[in-house]
Ligand binder design. Structure first.
Ligand SMILES: [Zn+2]
Ligand SMILES: [Zn+2]
Length: 236
């Protein structure tokens, strides 16, 4: 009895052989997103990080926490934002490669505080995209990671916040411009009550933390008692 799924997969591979989503090298296993040499370059953040915002610490004083008044209670990231994670996230975000959702959700399940977060929090949500951006892209990469985590941790996935301004790309702006740009970009949806709820907020990359901080502020204004931010990567 032929295994149809295996046959379909091999036909698929004939036309679309699986490649590493960071360096385009051919890979053996369809399920893998990175080749073995790229995997060796991964830099998971498992120790020596800021207790509050999760930044890899070079010093005793966290430069991020001293600069910004973070509203969230804790932030953690799975990897440092550098090659091959940078390329992986780019392909995930813009090129319709969806397999990194499982990869990053798995990595977040392996951070030191994962069990505590899974047990102590009530809901999972993701930084929303503006509806125009969502339509263009077809999906929200952060939502895909969040939904995978929600299933694994048996927590409801919710969408209490909407992005009502199609904020331009943040990468070319300085900190002050980013803050102005994000001011009021997010709003709580109507009739949402998050009183006393502890919420896990997922995003792809933590750069200065302004985006996740703004969404955390909205969640807390909606009554959330705690917000934990989880991102696939952390810029340094
Ligand atoms: Zn590679
Ligand atoms: Zn910090």
């Amino acid at each position: 009895m032929p295994h149809w799924k295996a046959i379909l997969t091999s036909i698929d591979n004939l036309f679309f052989p699986p490649v590493c989503l960071a360096c385009s090298e051919r890979i053996e296993k369809v399920k893998d997103v990175l080749c073995s040499s790229c995997k060796e370059l991964l830099s998971p953040i498992k120790e020596n990080y800021c207790d509050n915002c999760g930044a890899p610490m070079i010093d005793y004083t966290c430069p991020y926490c001293s600069e910004t008044d973070f509203v969230f209670d804790i932030a953690r990231a799975a990897f440092i934002y550098q090659s091959p994670v940078r390329e992986l996230i780019h392909n995930f975000k813009y090129n319709f490669f969806l397999a990194p959702a499982s990869f990053f959700s798995q990595a977040l399940q392996e951070i030191p505080e994962a069990q505590k977060l899974a047990q102590n929090y009530d809901y999972i949500t993701a930084v929303p995209l503006h509806r125009v951006r969502y339509r263009e892209r077809g999906y929200n990469q952060s939502e895909l990671i969040a939904r995978k985590l929600a299933i694994k941790w048996n927590l409801p996935y919710i969408e209490p916040v909407k992005r009502h301004l199609p904020t331009e790309s943040q990468t070319t702006l300085n900190l002050e411009e980013r803050l102005n740009n994000l001011n009021n970009a997010f709003r709580l949806k109507k009739n949402i009550d998050l009183s006393g709820k502890r919420i896990i907020l997922v995003d792809d990359v933590f750069t200065t933390g302004t985006t996740v901080n703004e969404v955390s502020r909205v969640l807390k204004e909606g009554g959330a008692s705690k917000v934990a931010v989880l991102t696939a990567a952390r810029a340094i």
